[in-house]
Design a binder for this molecule. Structure first.
Ligand SMILES: O=P(O)(O)OC[C@H]1O[C@H](OP(=O)(O)OP(=O)(O)O)[C@H](O)[C@@H]1O
Ligand SMILES: Nc1ncnc2[nH]cnc12
Ligand SMILES: [Mg+2]
Length: 206
């Protein structure tokens, strides 16, 4: 796949918000490049689902950098000056972005995994998503009471996955600062389920 023609976002000083107008102009141009890289596959994984494929972003170094920079700018601009202690990412596609974003922000990374993958005492939460049902788990000591948490994932569809993650984080005593996604499927109104402010870089399937 050819490389994109984006400016080199890695030249930005990470972890520091530029002036508001610089940040919002930069963010707007990064979003255009990200949006044009997404692909759609009809009837995957089940008939009637229009699957949004985010993987081309990660196949292109500049788009990948643009994505992480865009998410970082969103966090810096949207949490009332509060810095997260923990970034929680949802298995599997949330693992593509969570650890990189956590490093940028100087936060720790904690995974939410599908049932049966984590050792030791765990908390479990069932959920429904756009095309199925599943169970999520977190290790019981993964979040310290009072830690400020941002949940990240690639896509919010029905919001079922993110809601389940939020429930577990709150049961462990974490404070939910916000939810952050690359893409929102607006027609499913998933954000209405979530108990903290919800930010998305891109919207689709209105
Ligand atoms: O808002 P919802 O309706 O809950 O759907 C969104 C979730 O569905 C997908 O995960 P999925 O578990 O299908 O696949 P993955 O393991 O590849 O992340 C997607 O990555 C989100 O996590
Ligand atoms: N339409 C969709 N495309 C990709 N991932 C999804 N997760 C839930 N709905 C999805
Ligand atoms: Mg997922």
């Amino acid at each position: 796949m050819s490389q994109s023609t984006l400016p080199d976002a890695s030249a930005q000083v990470s972890g520091h918000a530029a002036s508001d107008s610089t940040s919002s102009a930069e963010l707007a141009s990064l979003k255009v490049a990200l949006r044009s890289s997404l692909r759609q596959f009809p009837d995957f994984p089940t008939p009637g689902i229009l699957f949004e494929d985010i993987l081309p972003i990660f196949a292109d170094v500049k788009l990948h950098e643009a994505l992480i920079r865009s998410l970082e700018l969103h966090v810096l601009a949207n949490n009332g000056g509060q810095k997260p202690d923990v970034i929680v990412g949802l298995e599997a596609r949330g693992f593509l972005i969570g650890p990189s974003l956590a490093l940028r922000l100087g936060a720790s990374f904690v995974p939410v995994r599908k049932q049966g993958k984590l050792p030791g005492p765990c908390i479990t939460q069932g959920y429904e998503k756009e095309y199925g049902q599943d169970f999520f788990q977190m290790q019981s000591d993964a979040i310290k009471p009072g830690q400020k948490v941002i949940v990240v994932d690639d896509i919010i569809a029905t919001g079922g996955s993110a809601y389940a993650a939020g429930e577990m984080i709150q049961k462990l005593g974490g404070e939910l600062l916000s939810f952050l996604f690359i893409l929102e499927l607006e027609f499913l109104h998933g954000r209405d389920k979530l108990p903290a402010p919800t930010h998305t870089l891109l919207s689709g399937q209105a």
